[in-house]
Ligand binder design. Sequence first.
Ligand SMILES: C[S@@+](CC[C@H](N)C(=O)[O-])C[C@H]1O[C@@H](n2cnc3c(N)ncnc32)[C@H](O)[C@@H]1O
Length: 266
Amino acid sequence: VRHRDAEGDIVPTSETERNAAVFNRPDVVADYRGATGLTAAEAHLFGEFVSPGSDVLDLGVGTGRTTPALSAKARRYVGLDCAEAMVLAGREEHPGIDFRVGDAGDLADFDDDAFDVVVFSFNGLDYLHPVADRRRCLDECRRVLRPHGVLIVSTHHSRMLLPPLPARGGPRRARRFAHWLRLSMSMVWRRASSATFWRGHGYVLDPVRGGLTTFETTPSAFAAEVRGSGFTVVTTVASSYPAMQPRVFVPWFYFCCRADASAQHS
Ligand SMILES: C[S@@+](CC[C@H](N)C(=O)[O-])C[C@H]1O[C@@H](n2cnc3c(N)ncnc32)[C@H](O)[C@@H]1O
């Protein structure tokens, strides 16, 4: 049930709706609209696991940053996002593409075994709250995927403690390092004082964009989580890819998860 104010705007009543309200903000939509191209990790995973002629569902598609790369390869491509403003901008940016408003936790619009690939890029999965909705989303991804289909997804890393190291060399390196040091001190304090850091998985209030309730986990906890929905992690890639970084510097990981053939649809 959606609660609306006198102007008809949705009044957020849950963490999920509060997150969706952030993603509907004009400044946030404009930022995503300005972001183009794939990360190196995405290019690597899409190149390896998205075969030409695949049927692709792009969840949390935003304004369609991943759309050109995926739709060019796909036989069928659908982009879905819960933020209507993102979807409207995505339709403007990519005319003729099937963009839909919808909740990644309820894929009832799609049949069982409808897709070869489901993508949930740039940590969109982490904005589903509570854990039961996240689980429902993973179950739905498995249901709409054909056996041996793939889910390509990223999720925040709970044990990240330090911001990525600044580039070495070049002008102003002392100033860049001093900035990194200041950032590191506040980050270590904030992150190490959260229960999620010590437990290894759970929600935090990320101060980005005024506050987003965000799930974080470890690669091993994520592998166990998706196993419960009928997936096996086949590849794990750090967000710093192709650079190798100690895990304390890695803010999120990408995963390619293969749908187990034996998992039953419920
Ligand atoms: C970090 S943005 C990434 C956008 C886009 N994938 C990109 O990489 O530029 C996360 C996106 O997930 C969407 N999202 C969050 N929760 C969702 C849900 N339950 N169902 C569908 N989309 C959701 C948000 O509206 C937002 O557009």
